[in-house]
Design a protein around this ligand. Structure first.
Ligand code: AMP
Ligand code: GLY
Length: 428
């Protein structure tokens, strides 16, 4: 089989690296890929938002399955475009309509209300004055207020506000200054939930659900959960916050009504559904849906996966997940993200990176590339999140220690990483 992976981050490097082990794959492409994916796949210089270019490439090369990594091509309707080809191209990822669970927070919130799915209360505002009035009446002494722009905002669309002025500024940035473009024409003012987060991934084929292992991300940039939110500074799996009883609740109270409700609305969900959970006093609430794999959660998830990933992705794409199973190593895995010193404000480019091969030489250790590039033979930085150093070990403590041991081998000026990945689970 010929398989095309779309994207160029750590998530896609992890997908490529796992798929490369499949005995069924004769040719693996990655568009556009990065210096990490280049080792196991042929990188193809087509941008993730060039839907026509990707379609043409998949038709010409007779690609049997396309695996969509990021949300942008999903929001542009890549699954619909591929399905409309003659013959149809198989694609792992939801249609544009189904991807609204991620691409419109207002759509997702209304859907959850209709399906009685537990989620934070929110006011959906299409007008600045309405939002400002609601924000003014909120009691900030009791709890902060969360401002979320409706559409995709590259991870920058959520602001936790502790005062009216902060809320007013966040609403104004979205609705008056239009810094997110049309994505900010609607905002949600959401109740702040206090609890522990978990990343709950399931594969879905429109009807059948196959749960994957649970992971936990670390959103804040600095050790101790300080500083601004990021795309994720590290992740580990399994996440003991999700007990077997809680897992069942998430499936019956959230995942099953979501999959059933989307099918009933004529938008059957196919692909991976990533439910961002907040566990509040033992009860799971949805804080967001994503229509794609988490990054960096995918890195620890996939190094723990024992069986071939290809039949699972194909099963979801083709509507025949039934009877398939995901088997995991009992081991735990941890991923430490190494980022540019000024991430998430800025990034780094062209700075030489050393020591990656030494880190990869350690047992059960993977260095997944996110923001890297090649200058001649030299690996250099090229982004905010640069590398995801991932280790699998019999215990989480061992995985975390091993990931940090590998990190110690890798150097570039101003590299930054959190020192406390996995702390919640390790504290338990
Ligand atoms: P989202 O993009 O909706 O996942 O939001 C990004 C991050 O903001 C989440 O991972 C949480 O850390 C935080 N967040 C979002 N919504 C809430 C909420 N209702 N209460 C508390 N924290 C939240
Ligand atoms: N790591 C969080 C996300 O992928 O959205």
């Amino acid at each position: 089989m010929k398989v095309l992976v779309i994207g160029n981050g750590g998530r896609e490097h992890a997908l490529v690296s796992k798929l490369a082990q499949s005995p069924h794959i004769t040719k693996l492409y990655c568009a556009p890929g990065n210096p990490g994916t280049r080792r196991q796949a042929e990188n193809v210089p087509i941008a993730v938002d060039n839907i026509l270019g990707l379609q043409r490439f998949a038709l010409e090369q007779r690609v049997d399955l396309t695996v969509v990594g990021p949300e942008l091509p999903l929001s542009l309707g890549i699954a619909d475009a591929f399905a409309a080809c003659d013959p149809p191209l198989a694609v792992f990822g939801p249609t544009q309509a189904a991807a609204q669970l991620e691409t419109s927070k207002a759509f997702a919130k209304k859907f959850m209300w209709e399906e009685d799915i537990p989620t934070a209360d929110a006011k959906i505002c299409y007008n600045f004055d309405v939002a400002e009035k609601f924000a003014r009446e909120h009691d900030y002494k009791e709890r902060p207020l969360v401002v979320k722009v409706d559409g995709l905002a590259a991870g920058k669309g959520v602001t936790v506000c502790s005062t009216f002025t902060e809320t007013q500024q966040a609403i104004s940035r979205a609705m008056r200054q239009h810094i997110f473009g049309p994505a900010g024409d609607c905002v949600l003012l959401e109740q702040y939930l206090v609890g522990e987060e978990a990343s709950f991934h399931v594969l879905v084929d429109g009807e059948t659900v196959l749960p994957l292992a649970v992971a936990q991300d670390h959103k804040r940039v600095y050790t101790g959960d300080h500083g601004p939110n990021t795309g994720g500074m590290g992740a580990y799996s399994p996440a003991p916050v999700i007990t077997p009883a809680l897992h069942q609740r998430v499936m019956s109270e959230i995942v099953e009504p979501t999959v059933g409700g989307m099918a009933a609305r004529g938008m059957p969900y196919r692909g991976v559904l990533y439910v961002g959970l907040m566990i509040v006093e033992g009860r799971p609430y949805v804080i967001e849906f994503n229509a794609r794999f988490g990054d960096p959660e995918t890195q620890p998830l996939l190094v723990r996966l024992h069986n071939d990933l290809l039949p699972l992705l194909e099963g979801a794409a083709r509507g025949n997940l039934g009877g398939l199973q995901a088997d995991y190593h009992d081991d735990a895995a941890a991923c430490v993200v190494m980022a540019a010193g000024d991430y998430p404000e800025g990034g780094s480019s062209g700075v030489p990176i050393s020591g990656v091969a030494d880190a990869e030489g350690l047992a059960d250790t993977w260095v997944f590339h996110s923001g890297t590039a090649m200058e001649g033979d030299q690996l250099v930085t090229n982004g905010g999140r640069v590398l995801g150093v991932t280790k699998r070990a019999p215990t989480l403590a061992g995985a975390v220690a091993g990931a940090y041991e590998a990190v110690e081998h890798i150097h570039w000026p101003n590299a930054h990483y959190r020192r406390d990945i996995g702390y919640r689970a390790l504290r338990r």
